[in-house]
Design a protein. Structure first.
Length: 254
C-alpha cells in the first residue's frame, strides 16, 4: 500500500499541488518531509524522494521551501554520518541541485544577503558530498554523491550564470570541489571491483563514469592532475571486463 501511494505521489504531486490552497500546500510539503524521514523501506523512501525532488524543481526558486533546504538538506546535526540519512538527502539534492546552487536570476545583481546564503548553501553541499564520499560509506551513498556533484558542477558553469559576482563565487566553489576528485576516482574503481562480485554488472560503475565525463565536459580543469587515478580507473574496468568474460566462458564450459 505504501509503495502504491509513493508511486502515485511521484506521478501526480506537481499537478495535485497546483490545485491546493495555501494551507493545504504547506501541510503537503510538511507531510512529504515527515514521510521521507520516517519511511523504513528504502524502495518507498526513494520514490518519496523523487516526488519531493519533482515538486521542489517546480517550486524553487520562485516559492520558498525552507524546511526542505535548511531543515533537511543542509542541516548540520550530526546525523549526516548515517548512511540512510545521507542517501535521503543526496537523492533529493540530486534533483534540486541546479535550483539551489545558483541564486535566483533576474535583471539585478543578487543582494549581499542572497550571496551570503548562496555561499552557505555551497559550503553545506560541499561538506555533505565530502562526508558521503568517505570510504566508510556504502557504495550506493558514494554513487549518489557523485550524481549530486555532477548536477552541481554542471549547473554552476559560467555559461549558466547571469551575473559576474555569482560567476566568481561559483568558480571558487568549483576550485574547492576539485579536492573531491580523488575520492570520486576511488569510488568508481571500487564500483568496478564490486561488479566482479556481482557477476559483471557494471551498471553503477558505468553510471558513475558517465557522470565523470559530464563533469569533465562542463569543467575541463576539474580533473587536472588526476592522470594516474584516471589510468587506474580504466585499468580496473579492463580487468573487470576480462574477469566477466572469463566467468561467462567458465559457465559455458560447465
Amino acid at each position: 500500500m505504501r509503495t502504491s501511494c509513493a508511486v502515485l505521489a511521484r506521478r501526480q504531486v506537481v499537478a495535485l499541488y497546483g490545485r491546493l490552497g495555501s494551507e493545504s500546500r504547506a501541510s503537503t510539503k510538511a507531510a512529504l518531509l515527515r514521510s521521507v524521514e520516517a519511511e523504513p523501506s528504502a524502495a518507498v523512501r526513494r520514490k518519496v524522494c523523487d516526488a519531493i525532488g519533482q515538486l521542489a524543481c517546480e517550486l524553487l526558486p520562485t516559492e520558498a521551501w525552507p524546511d526542505l533546504i535548511d531543515g533537511l538538506l543542509l542541516r548540520d546535526d550530526g546525523s549526516a554520518e548515517q548512511p540512510q540519512v545521507l542517501l535521503t538527502r543526496l537523492a533529493i539534492l540530486t534533483a534540486v541541485a541546479a535550483s539551489v546552487i545558483v541564486p535566483a536570476a533576474d535583471e539585478n545583481e543578487p543582494s549581499a544577503a542572497e550571496l551570503a546564503r548562496a555561499a552557505r548553501v555551497q559550503e553545506r553541499i560541499g561538506a555533505l558530498v565530502q562526508a558521503s564520499l568517505q570510504r566508510t560509506q556504502p557504495l550506493g551513498v558514494r554513487l549518489e554523491a557523485i550524481r549530486v556533484l555532477e548536477e552541481v558542477l554542471v549547473a554552476s558553469t559560467d555559461a549558466e550564470v547571469p551575473h559576474a559576482t555569482v560567476a566568481t563565487q561559483l568558480r571558487a566553489f568549483r576550485a574547492r570541489a576539485r579536492a573531491l576528485a580523488p575520492a570520486m576516482m576511488v569510488t568508481v574503481e571500487e564500483l568496478l571491483g564490486a561488479a566482479v562480485q556481482r557477476g559483471g554488472d557494471e551498471g553503477p560503475a558505468l553510471d558513475a563514469m558517465e557522470r565523470l565525463v559530464n563533469i569533465a565536459s562542463a569543467s575541463p580543469r576539474y580533473f587536472r592532475g588526476q592522470t594516474a587515478p584516471l589510468i587506474s580507473v580504466r585499468s580496473a574496468r579492463a580487468r573487470t571486463r576480462v574477469r566477466s568474460e572469463h566467468n561467462v566462458c567458465a559457465s559455458a564450459a560447465r
